[in-house]
Structures are given as structure tokens and as C-alpha cells.
Write a protein of this length. Sequence first.
Length: 99
Amino acid sequence: ADSQNLQRRSQDSKGSERTNLQQKSKIIKKSFFQHINNKKKIKETVGPLKREDGKEVTGNREKAELLNSFFASVFTQKETIAQPTKNITVKDRLEIKVK
């Protein structure tokens, strides 16, 4: 009778230990994924910008115009180096004769 009682207590203890572990793992998983999801959030605001004259720009429209003018000047800058050209004449071409 004592061995059966001891065996039952052992099984009860193991069962409650499993239940506790399952509950803790759910809590840990939940907090882990909450942490990950908080890190994934996109920050959609652009901080204040400074114009060339040093004035700070905070309005969305002003910031958009400032960024547009900056990137337009960066990506549309004309080349100052002339590309070499070669004058090709008829004499420069190969003559191909088919027999």
C-alpha cells in the first residue's frame, strides 16, 4: 500500500511539474513574441531636417520638398567629362566577299 501511495504521489508530482513547465513555456513564448513584434514595428516619422541656411524644417510638406530637391540634385547631375567619340567611315569597315 505504501509503494502504491508513493507511486501515485510521484506521478502526481510529475504531472504537476509538466503542467507548470507548459504554463511557463507559454508565458515565455508570449513575452518573446511580444518583444519581437515590438522590435518589428516600423517608425514612420522622419525627424526634423536642416536646410542649407541652417533653418530646421518640421512640417511634412516642407520635409518632402527638401528631400525631393536633395535627391533630384544627386541623381540628375550632368556629367562634366565629355565621352570620347569615334568617327567611323566607310573605309574603317571590313570588306566581306562571299565566293
